[in-house]
Ligand binder design. Sequence first.
Ligand SMILES: [Zn+2]
Ligand SMILES: [Zn+2]
Length: 393
Amino acid sequence: MKIDNLNSLVDSIKDEVIFWRRQLHQNPELSYHEEETSEFIFHLLQSFGYFEVTRPTKTSVMARLIGKQPGKVIAIRADIDALPIQEESLVDYASQNPGVMHACGHDTHTAMLLGVAKLFSSLYFQLKGELRLIFQHAEEKFPPGGAEELVQAGVMEGVDAVIGGHIWAALESGKVGLAYGPMMASPDSFYLTIKGKGGHGAMPHQTIDAITIGAEVVVNLQHIVSRNIDPLDPVVISVGRFVGGTQNNIIPGTVQIDGTIRTLNPKLRQEVPLLIERVVKGITSAHGADYDLNFILGYRQVINDDRIVQVLEETVREVMGDEGIAFVRPSMGAEDFSAYLQKAPGAFFFLGGGNKEKGCVYPHHHPCFSIDEDAMQKGINIFMHTALKLLAE
Ligand SMILES: [Zn+2]
Ligand SMILES: [Zn+2]
């Protein structure tokens, strides 16, 4: 399929995409409750014509544009959910849903993918293969997260390649962030109970002090990162919760210590829990205490396929020039886009959305979060060109 004036096609829907984005922004819905959002997407997609539009789960939407000639199946994913945050940004299209806000930019993802849908529907008669658009619910809510559910529901059946992107406030608008290989971490959790023996604060010898033992565990967990792991392999272990005791003169018999483990390497993901248990076991047994330790595995790592990143890189250079490329370091944040990568090779990219002059300076999940809407046109361009290239392979 050869498309000459794709850029002018993308220009032609710019205002409409901004309109959709603002509609979505004003009406944000929480993960698993994207009822109106998914209705809006569903009806809009139907109005474009040619798409086979379905609801793989209650609040998600899938749209298939199946060309008359056989070819590759290329999927693009956008997430559609918002966050439990009261918006404090000063935009005149701020959230009208109290306590809920599109503070991660998923409204822009949805609007961009709707733009891609509209343009592709106008190219239907030239289409070889299938373009599959996945409007995913509940990216922000683990477990299990929307992606895993959609994969279970079969949205990736027959897909040859999958692409996705995230608007990125830390990256200047006009740039696209790419990474070959690992791009985002797996966010696994641990829940530890130290079991000692409580007693009087004045008679510690009669107790097994869960607080001092717990404190030693916390300090020693950092030795895993600094002494057991190759310094060139990124690993994070953070304790986010340490709870124990009731009063200053009572030594508690138990404390609860919960934390997060971030790794970019699947092998280390297996190893770190064993190292954590070794530390916990050693320290508790040294002091005559016991423990319960549980791990909950989060999303998998996002590991990009080199060949597809290469197609993205070529596309960005063509569409935005060499200055559009920003090779980014992986993020220790997480994304359930990784679920799709279990089924087909793919790549995820960051679309720069930061802009100091427009006041788009706040991080994701901040009550004042906002993005440069001009970035959306670039995003649509990247999705369109990349999908067309992958379909033509
Ligand atoms: Zn988020
Ligand atoms: Zn997000």
